[in-house]
Design a protein around this ligand. Structure first.
Ligand SMILES: [Zn+2]
Length: 402
C-alpha cells in the first residue's frame, strides 16, 4: 500500500522547504516522490496513494549521534547541577543493577527513541548489555566501543578487552569502532593503539570533549576540580603529566587526520580550539548534547561560534544518566530557545543530514529523496511565521523506516 503525506511545509533538507509539499512512500518506508502540491498526481503511481494531511512540518528521521543506551536504567539517579566531576562519581557509584532491570530499561529507552522519530544512533558501549536489543534491528546503530585507562602499562590489556567487546557486537549486524572515552581517562599509549586500529580499519572515532572547564585546567596545570576528583580515586593520577595545552589539542593530535572524528559536548571549546581542530583535520564533526550540558554543568556551548566557524554539527541526547528524555527534538528546542537566530533549516540539517554524513548512512538516511528510507517525521506546533520550534513542538514518526 502507498501513502502520501502532506503538511504545511515539507523540509527535504537536501533542497529548500516546499509549502504544502507531498511525500509519497511505499509500505516499507521507501520514498517514491517528494513533490510540489501541484505536481502530485495519484495516477502517476502504481496504485493511488492515500493522502493524509497534517499541520506542522515533515522532515527526515532524526539521528542521535551520541547516546549510552546501556545507562538507561540510571534515569533520575544522578542529581542535576553537580558538574562533571560530581557526575562521574555518581555514575561510578550507581551504575550497578540487576540484569533484568538493565535489559528492561534498554528496551524501553529504544522504544522512546523510536517514538521520538529517531532512526539512527551513535551509541557508546562499555559493556555487551545492549547486544541483544540491537540484534532485533529496530534502529540503525553504530557502536562506539569505548576504552579507557590512564596507566600506560595497562594499555594493551584494555585495548584487547575493547577488541573482544567489538567482536561481540558483530552479532548485532551494526557497525562498530574502538574509541577513547575522554582526554583525561586515556594514556598516550592507549591512544596509539586506538589510532593504529582506526587507521587500519578506516573507522570513525569519537571522544567526549571539553565538557567541563576544569578539563582544560587539568591539561594545562595538573590542577582543578576534575583533577582533584580523579586523584581522589586512588594513586592512578599521581604520575600523570600535563601537556600545557588545552585538552582538545592534547588529544586530537593522537587521532589519525584522515579518519572522521566526532567531538562530543564541546561546552568549553573556544574559537582557538575550533580553529586548531580544523587545521589539524578536515573531517572533524561537533556534537552538541545541550540538555545533558544543562543537566550536568548548567552551561551551554556558544553555538554561534561553531556556526560562524563552519563546523559540521550533529545532535546527541547523551544518556538517561544525564537527560530526562532521549529526544533529538527536545535538544533542538533547547538550542532554539537559547539561540533563536539559528534557522530551523540549519537545526534540521544538524539532526538529520549531518549525522547520516558522519556515520556513512547517506544512501538511506538523512534527507527526503526518492529511493531513500530515511524515516518520515511530523513535527507539530511550529511557529510558521518565524519558522521556529515552540515549547510545545512534538514529533512523531509517519510510517515505517527500517
Ligand atoms: Zn556521553
Amino acid at each position: 500500500m502507498l501513502h502520501a503525506f502532506t503538511a504545511d511545509y515539507v523540509f527535504p533538507v537536501s533542497s529548500p522547504p516546499i509549502k504544502n509539499g507531498v511525500v509519497v512512500v511505499d509500505d516499507k518506508g521507501e520514498i517514491l516522490g517528494v513533490l510540489e502540491p501541484g505536481k502530485y498526481k495519484p495516477g502517476d503511481f502504481s496504485e493511488s496513494p492515500r493522502l493524509e494531511t497534517f499541520s506542522g512540518i515533515i522532515c527526515p528521521g532524526f539521528i542521535n549521534a551520541h547516546c549510552h543506551l546501556e545507562l538507561s536504567h540510571m534515569k533520575g539517579k544522578v542529581q542535576t547541577g553537580k558538574t562533571l566531576p560530581g557526575f562521574i562519581g555518581d555514575v561510578v557509584k550507581n551504575r550497578e543493577a540487576g540484569k533484568n532491570v538493565i535489559d528492561a530499561a534498554i528496551a524501553k529507552a529504544e522504544d522512546n527513541m523510536i517514538a521520538n522519530g529517531i532512526v539512527g544512533v551513535g551509541d557508546i558501549c562499555n559493556t555487551d548489555e545492549t547486544v541483544n536489543q540491537k540484534k532485533k534491528g529496530r534502529l540503525r546503530y553504530h557502536n562506539f566501543i569505548e576504552v579507557f585507562d590512564i596507566i600506560p602499562e595497562k594499555a594493551d590489556t584494555e585495548f584487547e578487552k575493547g577488541i573482544a567487546l567489538l567482536e561481540k557486537f558483530k552479532a548485532t549486524g551494526s557497525s562498530s569502532s574502538i574509541v577513547p572515552h575522554a582526554p583525561y581517562t586515556v594514556s598516550a599509549k592507549l591512544l596509539k593503539r586506538i589510532y593504529e586500529h582506526a587507521y587500519t580499519h578506516d573507522s570513525i572515532l569519537t571522544i567526549h570533549n571539553q565538557e567541563t572547564e576544569s578539563e582544560n585546567e587539568m591539561f594545562r596545570n595538573k590542577s582543578g576540580a576534575l583533577f582533584e576528583k580523579l586523584f581522589s580515586f586512588g594513586e592512578l593520577y599521581k604520575n600523570w603529566k600535563p601537556t600545557g595545552y588545552s585538552s582538545l589539542s592534547s588529544t586530537l593530535s593522537h587521532f589519525p587526520r584522515c579518519n572522521k572524528a566526532l567531538l562530543v559536548h564541546n561546552t568549553f571549546s573556544t574559537l582557538e580550539d575550533i580553529n586548531w581542530a580544523h587545521l589539524y583535520s578536515s573531517v572533524v564533526y561537533w556534537c552538541f548534547c545541550p540538555n545533558a550540558n544543562l543537566y550536568i554543568e548548567n552551561k551551554l556551548p556558544d553555538f554561534q561560534t561553531f556556526i560562524d566557524s563552519g563546523c559540521k554539527i550533529l545532535i546527541g541526547t547523551d544518556s538517561y544518566a544525564s537527560n530526562h528524555s532521549l529526544s533529538v527534538l527536545e535538544e533542538l528546542k533547547t538550542i532554539s530557545f537559547h539561540a533563536p537566530k539559528i534557522p530551523l533549516e540549519s537545526l534540521l540539517c544538524w539532526a538529520t543530514f549531518n549525522g547520516a554524513d558522519f556515520f556513512g548512512w547517506k544512501k538511506e538516511l538523512g534527507t527526503l529523496e526518492k529511493g531513500k528510507r530515511p524515516g518520515i517525521n511530523l513535527v507539530t506546533d511550529i511557529n510558521l511565521e518565524t519558522f521556529s520550534l515552540t515549547k510545545t513542538s512534538e514529533v512523531r514518526a509517519l510510517g515505517p523506516h527500517i
